[in-house]
Design a protein around this ligand. Structure first.
Ligand SMILES: NC(=O)c1ccc[n+]([C@@H]2O[C@H](COP(=O)([O-])OP(=O)(O)OC[C@H]3O[C@@H](n4cnc5c(N)ncnc54)[C@H](O)[C@@H]3O)[C@@H](O)[C@H]2O)c1
Length: 269
């Protein structure tokens, strides 16, 4: 598991519903130190404005830096500014222009938007791993967040393509960084109602239907913690021989053909 006193970098904080925030809290519950990143200095203010439930004490305890992952200089400055080694890195970042890359029509000629989405959602995992490596002196875990790229979902269009690419980047990096004892894996989460998800047209419907094909059941409003548990496992030292993998935390929906029969439905808690 997470090693007490060690430092973990969690990239992709937007608000208290972000999967990144649940991961950070999970790491802290095991005694790890967390450095979060938001996309820009302005986003830090937005995070605090949106996270009204946080106490003053919570706020004072948060170490939040900023980094746009498409800007190599900001990535380098981020790692230069981190005191001491890090034991793990979480990439919880994605973007695809909803107007041009998601929605009812798959075809698009918005090539700049396609390239931007690919850069942020897939290529940037390689960028951050590259510059994190010198700080990961004892090896450690890099974990990215993905979504069911083996299937084509309505509206998800080019983000599905980016996620397939991200999983391929995970495999490429696992091969490249094995010699440094850096493990690179992805967690494929079922739908979770976060800000990124809310920008995907039809996502709420997807969340509602997910439970119909999840043997374990699935609650998109409360799944962050379940996802965070698997990320913590992959960051820590109980997963020392696991790399290049995509681990599904989706209630089991990825292995089910069709919908569950009424007699297979999990009972409500
Ligand atoms: N919400 C879901 O249903 C779900 C399911 C599976 C996987 N995921 C993945 O989990 C990850 C986190 O998403 P989330 O649902 O917590 O949403 P979120 O909106 O809270 O997080 C997405 C983050 O990406 C950041 N980002 C976008 N462009 C960036 C850039 N250029 N530089 C740095 N950061 C940038 C945003 O600022 C935001 O913090 C994403 O990779 C997402 O695809 C989400």
């Amino acid at each position: 598991m997470i090693e007490s006193g060690k430092t973990y970098l969690v990239m992709g904080l937007l608000d208290a519903d972000s999967i990144a925030f649940a991961i950070g809290k999970m790491i802290q519950s095991f005694g790890g130190k967390v450095i979060y990143t938001v996309q820009s200095e302005r986003m830090k203010k937005i995070f605090f404005d949106r996270s009204k439930k946080l106490t003053e004490e919570d706020r004072a305890d948060l170490d939040i830096r900023f980094c746009d992952v498409t800007n190599d200089e900001e990535v380098i400055a981020l790692f230069d500014g981190i005191e001491g080694p890090i034991s793990g890195l979480v990439h919880s970042i994605a973007f695809s222009n909803p107007k041009t890359c998601l929605g009812e029509e798959f075809h698009t000629d918005a090539y700049d938007d396609l390239m931007k989405g690919f850069h942020i959602s897939a290529v940037s995992l390689a960028t951050v791993t590259r510059y994190a490596q010198p700080k990961m002196v004892d090896g450690g875990g890099v974990v990215a967040l993905t979504f069911a790229s083996e299937r084509a979902f309505a509206f998800y269009n080019w983000m599905g393509v980016n996620k397939a690419a991200l999983e391929a980047v995970v495999r490429g990096l696992s091969r490249r960084h094995g010699k440094e004892k850096i493990r690179v894996n992805a967690v494929s989460a079922g739908p979770v109602y976060t800000i990124a998800a809310k920008h995907i047209p039809g996502f709420e419907e997807l969340g509602n239907t997910w439970a119909k094909s999840s043997p374990l059941g699935w609650d998109p409003k409360n799944a962050q913690r379940e996802v965070a548990g698997a990320v913590a496992f992959l960051l820590g030292n109980y997963s020392k021989q696991i790399t290049g993998q995509t681990i599904y935390v989706d209630g089991g929906a990825s292995v089910i053909g069709g919908e569950l029969m009424p007699y297979e439905m999990p009972s409500a808690d």
